[in-house]
Write a protein that binds this ligand. Structure first.
Ligand SMILES: [Zn+2]
Length: 556
């Protein structure tokens, strides 16, 4: 298969440009539109399509893009002088994870001191009132300026009247306060639990740290209500708008959580980014029953089922990515498949035969080669025209044979170039030489004829770090990893919008600023093509528009 992104821009486009090539006829035969953007830099995100300075929008769709003379062709309800701002297609983040939490939960990953942690716990206690549980995840003594673990006394100071349990990054230990220990009836007399440790401090008292057996306390925490999960999921979706994300694929979801998504989108889907949801597989019949009514009452332009999610292996944070050669300095350790190879092959074949699209997590080169081959064999056994199966991550470059096999079978990739930046430390710990230099390859699979879409996952969510890394191939450590895998910015932008639309089978409607497409676009103060790549890392989005409606604007 050739790279579909190189297909010429839409058929609507040619028509419209022909219509407006000549001088416009005088009023009253000017065309009426809802929105006319003038005096901007329009980047259409479509190879070969002319950009321009003016864009006209009617009923949520783009009707024309062109030079300044185009402005005279329309009467607009709203005309907006962009004063030189840049307009580009909204980002379609085709692999991310949209979190939803209980109200009691505090994300701790970005907290850098025990003082700040205490402040967050205190604020939460005030918000919830006495007696309510407070939970959190993600602290690490390595990231705290005090250089020590938070203790029971710290939490008692912050929230004496609420039970508190904060889990360390990685999930192998947690710290509790006195109220939580009391609830769990854990005292100095409690025997050490099987498989875990209740720590004592230097003063002989319990310091609140419990290793491996946080369940001793977690069992008392009530589950979150539907209402609070809904509130939190909605807030997480709204938080994508300031990042310029107009469409997102939530990469992993259980069937029983689908009603939550439905409810949110039925109530306020027009105010949120478009979403697709990758579901876990529960067997051909159960999935067919589920699919039959999943979209009932939904605007599928706003929310729809995505590809089936399968995990072939783990990642480099475990580390559990399944590699062909042993990890660097780890004897013969190669990670492992998430399920036996024969089971993986049978599952891929079953899902393919049932007619679903698959987006399979595969990170290590061995996992990638097995998964690509499993998909290819399933496609050969049951040919399907337009499956658009893809591999998520593709963090290690596989053999040229595998890339040729993927191209020949139309197997695509959802790549996260930002991993090269954020996970540089992990890769250089576990990989070396050629395989380190080609982590998260972008250019080589494109050259092999594979369709590559770009996305961000959650490291962090948002396209700017990925755009920076796609162009520079720089890690957080400043090292350039495999400059031959870099691509130009304009192409990276295209793959961050059109790429996701294509994997969602919606490329006729979204992903490019050409006539006929939905008006999903963002504004930036400056043309990113004219910036030093370093500036991309902190480049703010000014406005985010979906279907001709402004859903978010940066406060000045
Ligand atoms: Zn992910």
């Amino acid at each position: 298969m050739t790279d579909r992104s190189l297909k010429p821009w839409g058929r609507h486009a040619l028509l419209t440009v022909l219509l407006f090539l000549g001088a416009c006829t005088p009023e009253p035969s000017k065309t009426r539109v809802d929105l006319l953007l003038t005096n901007g830099v329009i980047i259409p995100g479509a190879p070969g399509a002319p950009g321009g300075n003016v864009m006209a929008v009617k009923e949520g769709r783009i009707v024309a893009v062109g030079g300044p003379e185009l402005a005279d062709c329309f009467i607009a309800t709203v005309t907006r002088d962009l004063e030189g701002q840049t307009v580009l297609p909204g980002f379609d983040d085709v692999h991310s994870h949209i979190h939803s939490y209980a109200r009691r939960y505090i994300p701790l990953q970005k907290i850098t001191s025990i003082e700040a942690l205490k402040g967050a716990v205190q604020a939460k206690a005030e918000a919830l009132g006495p007696g309510e549980w407070i939970t959190g995840y993600g602290w690490s003594e390595d990231a705290l300026t005090e250089g020590r673990k938070p203790h029971r006394d710290d939490l008692d100071e912050a929230a004496p009247d609420n039970p508190v349990l904060l889990t360390r990054a990685g999930g192998h230990s947690a710290v509790a306060n006195s109220a939580a220990l009391d609830l769990g009836e854990i005292t100095l007399a409690t025997p050490q639990p099987e498989g875990g440790v209740i720590e004592r401090g230097e003063d002989g008292r319990l310091n609140g740290i419990i290793r491996e057996r946080q369940d001793l306390l977690a069992q008392y925490i009530p589950p979150p209500t539907q209402e609070e999960l809904k509130e939190s999921l909605t807030a997480s979706l709204e938080a994508l708008l300031p990042l310029g994300i107009t469409a997102v694929t939530h990469a992993s979801e259980r069937l029983e959580r689908w009603p939550l998504w439905r409810e949110i989108y039925q109530e306020r889907g027009a105010r949120l980014p478009r979403a697709r949801v990758q579901m876990h597989w529960e067997g051909t019949e159960a999935m067919a029953r589920f699919k039959a009514s999943a979209h009932e009452g939904l605007d599928t332009d706003r929310l729809s089922l995505g590809a089936i999610k399968i995990f072939a292996d783990g990642g480099f944070t475990g580390p559990a990515a399944f590699t062909k050669a042993p990890y660097k300095d780890m004897d013969d350790y190669r990670g492992y498949l998430n399920l036996p190879e024969e089971e993986l092959r049978a599952l891929v074949d079953e899902v393919h035969r049932a007619g679903w699209q698959m987006g399979i997590h595969a990170i290590g080169d061995a996992a990638i080669e097995i998964t690509a081959d499993a998909l290819a064999k399933a496609i050969e056994a049951t040919p399907r025209n337009n499956h658009r199966h893809y591999l998520n991550h593709f963090s290690m470059r596989p053999s040229d044979e595998t890339m040729a096999q993927m191209a020949a079978h139309g197997i695509a990739i959802a790549q996260q170039p930002n991993f090269t930046y954020t996970l540089a430390g992990r890769y250089s710990t576990y990989l070396d030489g050629w395989r380190l230099a080609h982590n998260n390859p972008v250019k080589s699979p494109i050259d092999a004829g594979i369709f590559v879409a770009l996305s961000s996952d959650i490291l962090p969510i948002g396209p700017m770090v990925g755009l920076y890394a796609a162009v520079t191939r720089k890690g957080m450590d400043g090292v350039v990893y495999g400059a031959d895998e870099a691509i130009p910015l304009e192409e990276a932008l295209h793959r961050y919008s059109y790429g996701g639309a294509w994997l969602a089978f919606r490329e006729e409607d979204r992903g490019q600023l050409v006539p006929g497409q939905l008006a999903d676009f963002i504004m930036l103060k400056r043309d990113p093509r004219s910036l030093d790549p370093d500036a991309l890392l902190t480049l703010p989005v000014e406005e985010t528009w979906i279907q001709g409606e402004r859903l978010w604007q940066r406060s000045p």
